[in-house]
Write a protein that binds this ligand. Structure first.
Ligand code: 5AD
Ligand code: SF4
Length: 483
């Protein structure tokens, strides 16, 4: 695709690991077409904003960032403003982009990332064909003609005063394999094992933006991880909205049907690989077999992200989580029996519709009982199209904020106490990088996913070292390398 060769790109990513990994794939696809990563946004010809629908104020931040691109477009005739990700799977957001930001050049969804280079090429071809002309109709025709996938798409191509390429699929049954990825790190990598979610928690937009659950074939995942390990990757993080409901069907391996624990046991056999992580786990699907894997599989890190969302069984039912607080606590006990040193983190929503002071206190009590190593806390906010957005008993903002602060205080106190308890221990740390401010300071993660800073030489990046912990702070540890 000659139109893309030599162009410089810059990707802005909002949201979760899934989005981070999608951005790595977008970068990989562009590099394969001869594009280069720009050093900074200002020098890029192609800017891609990969959006998120889940995080707080995601829409405000997105539209704010988008607004800034208009000026950049005015100064660079080759400039392409591109938007993608979860928000583009929401009709009302795409409508808003079309109305308020008509100068956006490419819009694509979460199911057609692999077609992005082709869309860009269409854009550049159409631009050069119509340079100097102002014929809207034929402009549109040209793009339509060059698009053989036209009928598959929900929104297709529209052309306003300018050329714009849009393609957003509703959902797709097949998984596109073999896409290149430009990894953020040489020594660790994300690996998608499944896409989508079938759970429909009543607050969550993901089942609408990412579609139904689809598992990759086990042989494809195993091959990808073997290739990564051969390429120097020491740690893989298996990604899925709910990895515990992984159901892989193999065409080549025995058995034919694989669950998530089968996958872990198989990956544990890959020699060059040192560490296996995964996220996210839904408590309702966490099996005894997977708990056993924490005991049996030496490479499976003793860390689990297990979102609880609330400590009130009444609210959990209203959230459609399909477990009770007691069942959750039982899971935590079983995990700790299998792996006594396991680190546990969670997601908690404060101010879900109908949350009373008693419900909230149950959350505080659960947090204190579990003693989380870390947690992501969210103020409930309405997502258009989800059931909870229609509930009448929304919690007032000031009540939400007050509870949120109390929760964060409780969580931070526990994190600090647990991190201080690490002082004196020796941890195996995979070194991720050096501090930007001081290259003599390295940082990495322990087996339990705790962030550690320590003095060391940059040549250690990508290796695993032993670090004695000397200080425990709320969000990280300090230490010194042990020979
Ligand atoms: N409001 C607040 N938090 C939410 N999350 C998902 N949807 C919402 C919402 N509407 C949180 C959940 C989930 C995490 C990724 O985001 O805690 O686990
Ligand atoms: Fe959203 Fe629930 Fe699915 Fe997680 S499990 S992605 S919270 S619907």
């Amino acid at each position: 695709m000659t139109e893309l060769r030599g162009k410089k790109y810059h990707i802005i990513t909002f949201g979760c690991q899934m989005n981070e990994h999608d951005s790595e794939t977008i970068a990989g696809l562009l590099q394969a077409e001869g594009c280069r990563q720009a050093r900074e946004r200002a020098e890029a010809d192609i800017v891609i904003i990969n959006t998120c629908s889940v995080r707080e104020n995601a829409d405000k931040r997105f539209f704010g960032t988008l607004g800034q691109l208009k000026k950049q477009k005015a100064t660079n005739p080759a400039f392409a403003a591109c938007v993608c990700g979860c928000m583009m799977q929401q009709e009302h957001i795409v409508g808003q982009v079309r109305r308020q930001y008509p100068w956006v050049d490419v819009i694509f969804g979460t199911h057609n990332i692999h077609e992005f280079p082709q869309m860009l090429q269409q854009l550049y071809r159409a631009r050069s064909a119509f340079a100097g002309e102002d014929d809207e109709a034929s402009n549109e025709d040209l793009i339509r003609m060059s698009d053989h996938d036209y009928t598959r798409a929900k929104h297709e191509i529209r052309s306003a005063k300018q050329t714009r390429v849009e393609r957003i699929y509703e959902d797709k049954e097949t998984i596109v394999e073999g896409l290149p990825a430009k990894r953020l790190y040489r020594h660790k990598s994300f690996v998608n094992i499944m896409y989508g979610c079938n759970n429909f928690c009543t607050y969550c937009i993901v089942p609408y933006t990412r579609g139904r659950e689809k598992s990759r074939r086990p042989e494809d995942i195993l091959q990808e991880v073997r290739d990564l390990a051969a390429d120097g990757v020491r740690e893989v993080t298996l990604l899925g909205q709910n990895v515990n409901s992984y159901r892989g069907v193999s065409r080549t391996e025995e058995p034919k049907n694989w669950d998530f624990a089968d996958l872990i046991y198989a990956l544990n056999e890959i020699e060059e690989l040192e560490r296996i992580r995964f996220m996210t786990s839904h408590p309702k699907d966490l099996s005894e077999k997977l708990i056993g894997a924490f005991r049996d599989c030496g490479k499976l890190c003793h860390y689990i992200h297990l979102p609880v969302q609330s400590g009130s069984s009444r609210l959990l039912a209203r959230m459609n989580r399909r477990y009770t607080a007691e069942q959750y606590l039982q899971l935590v006990r079983r995990l700790r029996q299998a792996a006594p040193d396991i680190a546990i983190s969670t997601d908690i929503i404060v101010g879900f519709p109908g949350e009373t002071e008693e419900d909230f206190e149950e959350t505080l009590a659960l947090v204190k009982e579990v003693e989380y190593d870390s947690a992501f806390t969210f103020l409930y906010s309405k997502r258009k199209g989800t059931p909870a957005a229609e509930y009448e008993d929304q919690v007032p903002e000031e009540v939400k904020h007050e509870r949120f602060n109390r929760l964060v205080d409780a969580l931070n106190e526990i994190s600090l106490r647990k991190n201080a308890a690490c002082i004196g221990s020796v941890q195996r740390v995979l070194v991720d990088g050096a501090s930007k401010k001081d290259p003599g300071i390295l940082s990495g993660r322990t087996d339990g996913f705790k962030l550690v800073d320590f003095q060391g030489d940059e040549s250690l990046i990508g290796t695993t070292v032993s670090v004695e912990i000397t200080e425990g702070k709320t969000f990280s540890l300090r230490g010194k390398i042990r020979e």
